[in-house]
Design a protein around this ligand. Sequence first.
Ligand SMILES: Nc1nc2c(ncn2[C@@H]2O[C@H](COP(=O)(O)OP(=O)(O)OP(=O)(O)O)[C@@H](O)[C@H]2O)c(=O)[nH]1
Ligand SMILES: [Mg+2]
Length: 494
Amino acid sequence: MWRGLWTLVTWAAHGPRSPRSCMRQASGAPAPGSGATIFALSSGQGRCGIAVIRTSGPASGHALRSLTAPRDVPPPRSACLRLLSDPRTGEPLDRALVLWFPGPQSFTGEDCAEFHVHGGPAVVSGVLQALGSVPGLRPAEAGEFTRRAFAHGKLSLTEVEGLADLIHAETEAQRRQALRQLDGELGHLCRSWAETLTKALAHVEAYIDFGEDDNLEEGVLERADSEVRELEVALGAHLRDARRGQRLRSGAHVVVAGPPNAGKSSLVNLLSRKPVSIVSPEPGTTRDVLETPVDLAGFPALLSDTAGLREGVGPVEQEGVRRARERLEQADLILAVLDASDLASPSSCNFLDMVVTPAGAQSPNGSSQRLLLVLNKSDLLLPGGPEPSPDVPPHLLLSCLTGEGLDGLLEALRKELAEVCGDPATGPPLLTRARHQHHLQSCLDALGLYKQAKDLALAAEALRVARGHLTRLTGGGGTEEILDLIFRDFCVGK
Ligand SMILES: Nc1nc2c(ncn2[C@@H]2O[C@H](COP(=O)(O)OP(=O)(O)OP(=O)(O)O)[C@@H](O)[C@H]2O)c(=O)[nH]1
Ligand SMILES: [Mg+2]
């Protein structure tokens, strides 16, 4: 139905009009096509209490006057109740709140109007069609409001990305991170780095121009070198963290693994609060990798259930075991599950030796794989009985059956995921996109060329290239294709 409505609106905006359609056209209305004014439904689609329709562009004031009675524009940024009617027929459409945001003090920097109408489909379609009939107005394309805000310097590119992430945020941590980026934290950091480079460049250029001159203070080049060195350290630290920000955007890979029948699928179902996997007392129930996106203690995660790890079974289960091992290698965090009442069994011992112990050990490159060991079925242990096994590495006790120990597990997951994804509540601004990583890496590469440069002109050029990458990160000089890619994330009306 909405597709049909859109066609109607587009027709109303561009199609032929009857002589009556211009009846209420006030003088001074901008000619269609010259600096188009866009309009769209900005709230979610479907039946709702209130729907927000907005316009942006030079004809916004004219659109307001054409649809409302009384026909004056309300005071800036004040909500006023108005009767809305179709400018072509005078037919009443709704009684609604309208707002007027004259540019440049508006979201897009242009004149904007908002109509807060009752959210029934007939009201929304009536107002959209009425707006489409106002000369100079056309339906907005996806992300066009935000693109105009960017074009008028209201938002930097990193802020635009923050806004897109905020609209798509599904977990608390994603929302925090997106808000910080929308507030411009990453942009500020990049601008301060770019300023450092501008200073270093000024020093190098001063030396090129006045190197022989006695008036130039001592140590100018050394100062530029030390500024570049400090910047290299800062960029390096951020790049090492880059994977975290991307995990926060797209979800950390959390793999549930363990011997057969330990309760892995029961845990996946408990954490995702839905029956993702089949649970049965028969060992070897899960054979494929089953993935489900979940909100784990406020962090986004892709939770994978896997086949129980054991040898000497049929070819289908063997393939499941091979896939489980493959997943374990790619995991950002392993949730290792053992049956607390069955720790002495060969499959439990084997899993401890093959998966749990190696994950704790440091690999040659200094990194270790994150792992949380969960001893499930704690309800089967005798109350007040001995510790399940004092030799087992640090672990959490849980019963998927009773839910006991779940709060402790969620708290441990929150801490682990804050390390894996970065904690947007406390940490430095995160690099959430491959684009950010690319520009920082290119900046760092250019600083490497600065250090190797055989003459000062080449050194200065390397600094200019490095600074260019930081400027492009926040949006100066972005190519059209990159902008298209970023704005494609938005819906119509934003
Ligand atoms: N008593 C008790 N039984 C549990 C608990 N968690 C799971 N079970 C039972 O243990 C059996 C195996 O559970 P699953 O979740 O299918 O175990 P799994 O590790 O996925 O098993 P496979 O897919 O075969 O490797 C089922 O009968 C569950 O009901 C628990 O906390 N306490
Ligand atoms: Mg299973």
